[in-house]
Design a binder for this molecule. Structure first.
Ligand code: SAH
Length: 351
């Protein structure tokens, strides 16, 4: 089956020609796909063609298999089903200025960060560009025209830069005219710090915001929770960030998850501020979302406040991430994992 959602209009036209169809069908199919339509709904295509397409190709590679609405805010967590039976998570957040969708880029993750649920069973496979787009199309369908996805963050499960080519293809699809039409200034890509790929990204000439999961003020602490820190020391990581800022003119966002007893003392804030001094950057503090399987502690509100005040007093631009959907397994990989575990549990109960 050919995944049509990953193709741009030109490629779809070429594909149509290969199938013996007129090229203009490619443009029609592209528009329908980006509107979230399946072949049955492509009403300006002859019925026989729709039937023919259904047998050889896939228009909508993703479906919603579960949705959980937060009782605290308007956040919705989705479990997205893929055609091969795998599933990934996405989170839809509604702000007054529009909707943001957090999407997954891989089924699982192989980066091994100790605080993260996505990585507990490693990486099953990378998502295709069509599947990443499919997550957005699902959310748009869910919104039923009342609103649509305006901003996209690549912060669900997976390491986007470990799925580089598919992610680049996906980003270029986003800004196609007649497509979902999301400008890349409205896209944030989060990485645990694959340094060579960060340099490569800086050369792509795409105005995406780069978020870097730093989570520590020095290599000793970073290595405790992030295996990637053993491959790329912080100085190399920060040099790659400076290069990104210089090449794109965009500030870098540093994500910093506060882990009780590990990285949230005053001295850590002071060290962090000294490492980031002079950089066009912003720090986003995230109180650790405690993952049951991991032996790491969260932090109190007072600790978050103190760390934030300390950074501010050292003239570092800092905010804390709004915790949304806390009651719906909002953290990375938690819902998928829970669903898989529940299924296994059900299986075990069978006679
Ligand atoms: N692989 C990419 C993107 C996915 S994770 C990356 O590492 O950046 C998105 C963000 O959530 C990262 O900053 C990640 O470190 C953070 N995160 C993962 N698990 C978390 C948890 N349990 N509590 C708080 N933040 C977490």
């Amino acid at each position: 089956m050919t995944d049509l959602a990953g193709m741009n209009p030109r490629e779809l036209s070429d594909w149509c020609k290969e199938q013996g169809l007129p090229a203009f069908r490619g443009k029609q199919i592209f528009q329908w796909i980006h509107q979230g339509a399946d072949f049955d709904e492509m009403t300006n295509l002859p019925l026989s063609l729709r039937q023919q397409l259904r047998q050889t190709a896939v228009a909508q590679p993703v479906s919603i298999i579960e949705e959980r609405k937060s009782r605290i805010d308007d956040t919705v967590k989705f479990l997205f089903g893929l055609k091969d039976g795998n599933c990934v998570e996405g989170v839809l957040m509604r702000y007054h200025h529009g909707c943001t969708l957090c999407i997954s880029t891989q089924v699982g993750c192989r980066m091994g960060c100790t605080f993260c649920a996505s990585t507990l069973d490693g990486c099953v496979r990378s998502l295709t560009a069509g599947e990443m787009l499919g997550e957005i199309l699902c959310a748009n369908r869910y919104l039923k025209g009342e609103s649509r996805v305006h901003n996209v963050v690549l912060m669900g499960s997976g390491e986007p830069l470990d799925n580089y080519d598919n992610v680049m293809r996906f980003l270029r699809l986003l800004r196609e005219e007649n497509g979902v039409n999301i400008g890349l200034r409205n896209v944030s890509l989060s990485t645990c710090g694959l340094v060579p790929k960060m340099y490569q990204l800086a050369e792509e000439n795409l105005p995406v915001t780069l978020s870097v999961s730093l989570h520590a003020p020095n290599d000793d602490i970073r290595r405790k929770t992030m295996p990637i820190a053993k491959v790329y020391p912080m100085e190399e990581l920060l040099a790659a960030c400076r290069n990104y800022i210089e090449k794109t003119g965009r500030r870098v966002i540093f994500e910093y998850a506060l882990v009780g007893g590990v990285n949230c003392e005053d001295e850590h804030a002071v060290e962090l501020a000294s490492r980031l001094r002079g950089m066009q950057c912003h720090v986003n503090l995230i109180p650790l979302n405690v993952v049951e399987e991991r032996d790491l502690k969260g932090v109190t509100e007072k600790t978050v406040r103190r760390f934030m005040d300390k950074l501010e007093s050292l003239h570092i631009s800092v905010t804390r991430r709004r915790e949304m959907g806390d009651d719906i397994e909002g953290a990375c990989g938690q819902l998928r994992r829970k669903t898989i575990m529940d299924k296994q549990g059900e299986g075990n109960n069978e006679p």
